[in-house]
Design a protein around this ligand. Structure first.
Ligand code: TRP
Length: 452
C-alpha cells in the first residue's frame, strides 16, 4: 500500500485544516445568516457556540483521527468496539453528499468569476436577477461547472497529502486572506458604510430567541467542518507533537475571524447602497453584483476589479473545503479497498459528480427531481446539515466522553504527558464533552425536529 503521508509542519496543519473550515460557510452562509438573525447579537451567540461546543468537538475528532492514523471508519472501530465503525461510515456518507451539493454552489462561483471577467455582471437590478435565474435554470451549464469543480478538486487530491492538500493550502490560504482584507477596506471606505459596521458590531438583544441559538449552533458546526469525519481524517495526518487543543483553538479563531471579516466586506457595501441585509442565500449571487456596481459607480474599473476579486476569493475558499470533503472518502476507499490513491480518488470523483449533477438539475432544469416535495439539493442540505452532522457530532462526544478509555483520551490530549499544565484544561474538556456538548446537541436536534 502507498505511504499514508503526513502534513510536513505545524503551519501546514493549521493552513490545511483552516482551509477545510474556511469556505462558502464563512463567506456565503455566515453573512446572510447573520443578516437574517439580527447582526451582532447572532455573532455573540455564534462565538459562544464555537468556544463551548465547537472547540471541544474539534479536539474530539482530532483525538480519534490522530490516535488511529487511519480513515474515519477504521478509526472509530480501532478506538472502541467494532460497531462504532458506523459513526465513521455515517461521516463518510455525509461528507460525500455535502461534497455533491457544495460543488453546485462552488460551480456557481466559478461561473460568476468568468462572468465577472467577461464584464457580464453589469446591468440594473432586474438584469442581475434575470441573469441568476436564467443561469440556474439552464439544464447544462451549472451542472458542468459543478462537475468541473469536482474535477479540479480531484487533481489536487490525487497528488496526495503533501504535494496536493498541503501545497495548495499553503498557497491559497494566504492569498485568500489578502484578497479578503483588500475587499474589506474597499467596502468600509464607501460612503454610508458605517451603518453596515454598526449592524455587525452593535448587538440588539431583543433579537435573541431560541431559534437564533439553534441557527448559530448549526452554523458553527458547518463552519468548523464538524461532524463528517473531515477533521478526523485530517488529524490522521497530524504529527505526534501537534498540540491538539491549541491547534483547534487557533483554527476556530481564524475561522470566526474570517467569517466576521466577510461580514465586514459585505454589509458596509450593502448598507452603503441601501440594500437590506437579510436577503437570504441569494445575497451573494443577486444582491452583491449589484452592490459592487452601484457602490463603485463613479469609478467602474474599481467595481470591475472588486467583483472579480470577490469571486476569486469565493472559488479559492470553496476549493480548499472541497478538498477536505473529498479526502474523507478517498482515504477510506484507498485503505479499505487496498487500491492506489488515484483510483480511490476517481471513485469519489465519479460518485460525487453524479450527486452534484442531480442536485444541480433539481434546482431548475428538472424540478421533478424532488423528494417529499423538496428539491434534491434542499433535501440533501437538510438531511446532512440538520440530521447527519448533529448525529455524528453527538455520537463523537459520547464516544470520547463515555466509551474510549480516559487514559487514551488523556494521552492524545497531552501528547503522552509532554504538554505542561494540560491537566486543568483536560478536566474542563472532559466535562464539556461528557455532559455539555451532547446535551446541547440533543436539545437542538429535538427542537429542529419540532419535538421541543
Ligand atoms: N466548513 C466549510 C465551510 O465553512 C465546509 C465544509 C468542509 C464542511 N468540510 C465540512 C462542512 C465538513 C461540514 C462538514 O464552508
Amino acid at each position: 500500500m502507498e505511504n499514508r503521508g503526513s502534513f510536513g509542519s505545524k503551519l501546514a496543519i493549521i493552513l490545511a485544516t483552516a482551509g477545510s473550515a474556511i469556505g462558502l460557510g464563512n463567506i456565503w452562509r455566515f453573512p446572510f445568516t447573520t443578516g437574517q438573525n439580527g447582526g451582532a447579537a447572532f455573532i455573540i451567540i455564534y462565538l459562544a457556540c464555537v468556544l463551548l461546543l465547537g472547540i471541544p468537538g474539534m479536539v474530539s475528532e482530532f483525538i480519534v483521527g490522530r490516535r488511529a492514523q487511519t480513515n474515519a471508519a477504521r478509526a472509530y472501530a480501532l478506538l472502541g468496539r467494532k460497531s462504532w465503525r458506523f459513526v465513521g461510515y455515517l461521516g463518510i456518507l455525509t461528507s460525500t453528499i455535502i461534497l455533491g451539493f457544495y460543488a453546485v454552489v462552488a460551480g456557481w462561483c466559478l461561473q460568476y468569476l468568468f462572468a465577472a471577467i467577461a464584464g457580464q455582471l453589469n446591468g440594473d437590478a432586474q438584469y442581475i436577477i434575470d441573469y441568476f435565474q436564467a443561469f440556474s435554470n439552464d439544464p447544462l451549464k451549472p451542472c458542468l461547472w459543478a462537475v468541473g469543480f469536482v474535477l479540479i478538486t480531484h487533481f489536487v487530491i490525487a497528488q496526495g497529502v503533501n504535494k496536493g492538500i498541503e501545497r495548495i493550502s499553503k498557497l491559497l490560504m494566504p492569498l485568500l486572506l489578502i484578497l479578503l482584507l483588500i475587499l474589506v477596506v474597499a467596502s468600509c471606505m464607501l460612503p454610508g458604510a458605517v451603518a453596515g459596521i454598526e449592524f455587525l458590531l452593535k448587538p440588539d438583544f431583543s433579537k435573541m430567541t431560541g431559534d437564533v441559538v439553534l441557527e448559530a449552533l448549526g452554523q458553527a458546526f458547518f463552519s468548523l467542518s464538524l461532524g463528517t469525519a473531515c477533521l478526523c481524517t485530517y488529524a490522521s495526518y497530524f504529527k505526534s507533537d501537534t498540540h491538539l487543543l491549541k491547534s483547534a483553538t487557533q483554527i476556530a479563531l481564524l475561522d470566526s475571524a474570517i467569517a466576521i471579516l466577510a461580514g465586514l466586506m459585505i454589509f458596509p457595501a450593502a448598507f452603503s447602497v441601501g440594500v437590506e441585509p437579510d436577503s437570504g442565500p441569494s445575497l451573494i449571487f443577486i444582491t452583491l453584483p449589484n452592490v459592487f456596481q452601484q457602490a463603485f459607480s463613479s469609478v467602474p474599473a474599481v467595481g470591475y476589479v472588486v467583483s472579480l476579486l470577490f469571486f476569486v476569493l469565493l472559488s479559492l475558499a470553496a476549493l480548499t473545503s472541497l478538498m477536505s470533503l473529498h479526502e474523507v472518502s478517498t482515504a477510506f476507499f484507498q485503505e479499505e479497498l487496498g487500491t492506489t490513491r488515484k483510483r480511490a480518488a476517481l471513485i469519489v470523483t465519479v460518485t460525487t459528480s453524479v450527486i452534484g449533477a442531480f442536485c444541480s438539475l433539481s434546482l431548475g432544469a428538472y424540478d421533478g427531481l424532488t423528494f417529499y416535495g423538496e428539491a434534491l439539493f434542499d433535501w440533501f442540505d437538510f438531511v446532512t446539515g440538520q440530521i447527519f452532522l448533529p448525529v455524528v457530532g453527538f455520537l463523537t462526544c459520547i464516544f470520547i466522553g463515555w466509551f474510549v478509555p480516559h487514559k487514551i483520551v488523556r494521552e492524545e490530549f497531552s501528547n503522552y504527558g509532554e504538554l505542561k499544565g494540560y491537566v486543568r484544561y483536560f478536566h474542563r474538556y472532559l466535562f464539556l464533552i461528557k455532559y455539555v456538548c451532547p446535551l446541547a446537541i440533543l436539545l437542538i436536534f429535538l427542537h429542529q425536529l419540532g419535538w421541543l
